[in-house]
Design a protein around this ligand. Structure first.
Ligand code: FA5
Length: 338
């Protein structure tokens, strides 16, 4: 029987085929098992020898089964590994990745410049009260900016800040001079949109307060920013302008030259020397909170600009509304750029 079983075992090429052979010989009603069952019919003196004989056969078959099973399992594993082998010469699949929004990249450029000049970067609330957004900034009740037409008012009397300047008030109420900060964040205006105006946009606000701060410091700072953005050849231009929270006030533009020979003045934002009424409003707020009055008699400058303008030129985006339309054809171009 062993002589038949062993070649059958060797011939089994799958685990299923091997199981069939196993059942045939050593299963519950297999040939060897049945043979053992016949022992009882033998005369007692033959039983022992015959029993040992059959057990030896069963053991030999079982050993052969085990060996073959191990071989088949190893072969199956080898085949599986071979079929799943990684071809390291195949080009990789590109991983989809995000990217920084162009406005954030411009912000990073700008705050990088100011951090190197020792400024602290802060953010503030987008929902503001009238006092911080207008009154404390010396914007009178009859100023057109306070009109319903220009401000998104909330039902509770608060508003969406129309500029980042209210953070001047918040920061000075909390901190004593000397200070140098830039504020980054979103602002909102209820106005018709066009290629250069959005109802939600961004600003970068700067505020420096100390002793003997002058207009020359302001101009030097804006010039330093322009050089940081557009290289050593960048020029800046200041034109008198009016903002209630500064005196004197100015608008500033940067003359930028690029290798393609396109060069022009880019109107960036407003600036000026902090108005004494603003320092007084801050001291009033501080006093109401039990803090000391420390701002009257100080000097400082402030500026505010729109990073969208810089990003539109830098990335050749012709319409400000593309930044926030969530069109993957636009934003997708900034994938992977960090
Ligand atoms: C202000 O908002 C002042 N708070 C700036 C300031 C700060 C002056 C500190 C003096 C001292 P203005 O409304 O001009 O100023 O806006 C500043 C800049 O924001 C503009 O130069 C422009 O770059 C940008 N901006 C204004 N309105 C929009 C708009 N609708 N869409 C996109 N950018 C805008």
């Amino acid at each position: 029987m062993q002589h038949e079983a062993i070649p059958e075992i060797q011939a089994a090429t799958t685990l299923e085929a091997l199981q069939t052979v196993k059942t045939k010989y050593v299963g519950k009603s297999g040939l060897v098992t049945r043979e053992l069952g016949t022992l009882g019919k033998l005369p007692p003196e033959e039983r022992k020898a015959r029993g040992a004989e059959i057990n030896a056969v069963r053991q030999a078959i079982q050993d052969a089964l085990d060996t073959r099973e191990a071989t088949l399992r190893r072969e199956a594993l080898d085949a599986q590994l071979a079929s799943e082998a990684i071809d390291v010469t195949l080009p990789g699949l590109p991983l989809p990745s995000g990217g920084l929004h162009p406005i954030n990249r411009v912000y990073d450029d700008l705050t990088g410049i100011y951090e190197r000049l020792g400024y602290t970067v802060v953010e503030g609330p987008e929902v503001e009260d009238e006092h911080h957004n207008f009154e404390a900034l010396n914007v009178p009740w009859y100023h057109p900016a306070r009109d319903l037409q220009d401000t998104f008012w909330l039902e509770d009397g608060r508003l969406l800040r129309t500029h980042t300047s209210p953070m001047q008030i918040r920061y000075m109420t909390e901190h004593e001079p000397d200070l140098k900060i830039v504020v980054r964040g979103k602002v909102y205006r209820y106005e018709a949109t066009d290629a250069t105006h959005e109802s939600m946009f961004h600003q970068l606000e700067g505020l420096v307060v100390g002793d003997h701060i002058s207009m020359a410091d302001l101009k030097g700072t804006i010039a330093e920013m322009a050089r940081g953005l557009y290289g050593p050849g960048a020029k800046v231009r200041f034109q008198p302008s009016y903002y209630p929270f500064v005196e004197p006030g100015a608008d500033f533009a940067v003359y930028w030259d690029n290798p393609r020979g396109e060069s022009k003045w880019l109107e960036l934002g407003g600036c000026g020397m902090v108005h004494p009424s603003v320092f007084k409003a801050v001291d009033d707020l501080r006093e109401a909170q039990g803090k000391t009055r420390v701002y009257e008699g100080k000097t400082g400058f402030a500026f505010g600009l729109g990073p969208e303008r810089i990003a539109m030129l830098k990335y050749k985006i012709p319409d400000i509304r593309y930044f926030y339309a969530n069109d993957p054809r636009v934003i997708g171009q900034f994938r992977g750029e960090l």
